[in-house]
Design a protein around this ligand. Structure first.
Ligand code: NAI
Length: 326
């Protein structure tokens, strides 16, 4: 998709962080932007910020919706058609949450919340919007679907199981839809950042009440540390510019850093090592080095002191090194 002016974008998670950056960039490119988000007060602030950024009020449609609720998501899709006169030409699914802790301590609530927003809501958007987009624009006009995934989707980690599993699935979904939509003149893109300057560190604060039985250590301190990590991330507008360039080239994958091929080869090499006895031996030797590498990207923050990514303290069967040190 190369021409954006006058067209319609539907951006999930558009009230904050990466999604708000995308609303700015695609709004500036002349699109009318629907921003869908669960938090009304964040939507209200985002509308003001978009107007201050130069968008016209009538080109912004804020929609409060829980995207994991299929009926509510379908109603949001109806709303954008009613107000903007058609389905989006560009669907960007960016809403997401994260929560970190030892995989073995993960509860159903951890999986249902993280995978619910990061994966199942993306599936909801694809099933609800893609048929509408193909019917309206297939073989006639450019259209595109994208999702904000993560580099985490290429990396297995002991503390990111629900998140990485969701993002790996989102990557494959985007690659699949890219193949599927090309014959109609459409495309699909997975955007895989590493760290974004955003508010995702606060997500635990609005975890739904019925999904609060976490197996992880979640405290004001762990939330504070996560916020600190994300304060070091990429600017959302800069990230959105990378996505825009990727969409213009119909790239199935956008990794917004120099030498993405090298990053992917490193991850792929680990998976190759998984499949032979010799590989497993080599990995064992490299495990220490890999752990040191992980520590290098911690911005000098003391994860242990904050009790970050540890198990819930009362889970007495969890290895003590994975629990909060007293
Ligand atoms: P953010 O918290 O600033 O924005 C995410 C938005 O999603 C929030 O406004 C939130 O209200 C909304 N949201 C959450 N649950 C929702 C639901 N059920 N229905 C509707 N809206 C919902 O976070 P950020 O970082 O901008 O996240 C955007 C995407 O980027 C996420 O998918 C995240 O996984 C991904 N990502 C973030 C990274 C980071 O370092 N912050 C790194 C790599 C990927």
């Amino acid at each position: 998709m190369k021409n954006f002016a006058g067209k319609i974008a539907f951006i999930t998670g558009g009230a904050s962080g990466a999604g708000l950056g995308q609303a700015k960039v695609f709004g500036k490119a002349g699109m009318r932007v629907a921003i869908a988000d669960i938090r009304q007060e964040a939507l209200d602030k985002a509308v003001e910020e978009l107007i201050a950024y130069g968008l016209k009020r009538e080109d912004i449609l804020p929609i409060q919706v829980d995207l994991t609720d299929r009926k509510a998501y379908a109603a949001a899709a109806d709303k954008v058609e009613e107000v903007f006169g058609g389905p989006p030409h560009l669907l960007i699914q960016t809403a997401g949450v994260n929560s970190f802790g030892p995989a073995e301590a993960s509860t159903f609530d951890d999986y249902d919340w993280v995978m619910g927003v990061c994966l199942h809501a993306v599936v909801n958007g694809l099933v609800i919007f893609v048929p509408r987009m193909v019917k309206a624009y297939g073989h006639k006009e450019e259209f595109h679907v994208a999702a904000t995934s993560s580099m985490g989707g290429f990396m297995a980690g002991p503390i990111t199981a629900p998140y990485s599993a969701a993002k790996a699935a989102v990557n494959i979904l985007m690659f699949s839809y890219n193949e599927a939509l090309r014959p109609y003149g459409g495309g699909a893109t997975a955007l895989c950042p590493g760290n974004i300057r955003s508010n995702i560190g606060e997500a635990e604060k609005y975890r739904p009440a019925h999904l609060r039985n976490t197996g992880y250590n979640v405290t004001e301190k762990t939330i504070g540390l996560l916020k600190n990590i994300h304060a070091h991330g990429m600017d959302p507008v800069e990230l959105a510019e990378h996505l825009k360039a990727g969409i213009e080239n119909n790239q199935p994958l956008v990794i917004p850093y120099p030498n993405p091929d090298k990053m992917l080869r490193e991850q792929h090499e680990i998976i190759e090592l998984y499949c032979t006895p010799e590989g497993v031996r080599k990995l064992e030797e490299r495990r220490k080095e890999m752990e040191e590498k992980r520590k290098e990207v911690r911005y000098g923050l003391d994860y242990d002191e904050a009790g970050f990514a540890k198990a819930r303290p009362d889970l007495d069967w969890v290895d003590p090194s994975k629990k909060v040190s007293k």
